[in-house]
Design a protein around this ligand. Sequence first.
Ligand code: MG
Length: 162
Amino acid sequence: MSMRVGLGFDVHRLVEGRPCILGGVDLGHDRGPLGHSDGDAVLHAVTDAVLSAAGLDDLGTLYSDKDPRWKDANSADLLRDALELVTRKGFRVVNVDVVVATEGPRIAPHRARMRERMSTLLGIEPDAVNVKGKTLEGLGSFAHGAAVVVQAVALLERSARP
Ligand code: MG
């Protein structure tokens, strides 16, 4: 059986007046990720990890922020579209692991909902989607709630010949 791993990374500035949507759920924080789409850095990193593992182009290339079609796009729709490309290449997602580093919203109280939501989008069990929150120890310009920094890794297996 052929297994493939992919890595995703994303950073978004957190600003007032934006909903705080991360991992496909609203965290109800007073600042949210700035972006051309809804700015969901968690789903962006996960989507990039999945696309990368399948040997496809990255999120920025497939869903360019210069393209008006993706203005205010729901990142869940981008992930769904990416999964279709991945499936067409004959892969399926085995598991996804995510680290969310931020001093904006607290991640721990929302972990279960984020796992549930992403598992639904990915079509896998919640147990196969993990999310961990980290702080930035008050260091650098990402700290003090100024940004959300996300790393994601995805494991895919070849389910069928494309
Ligand atoms: Mg992004």
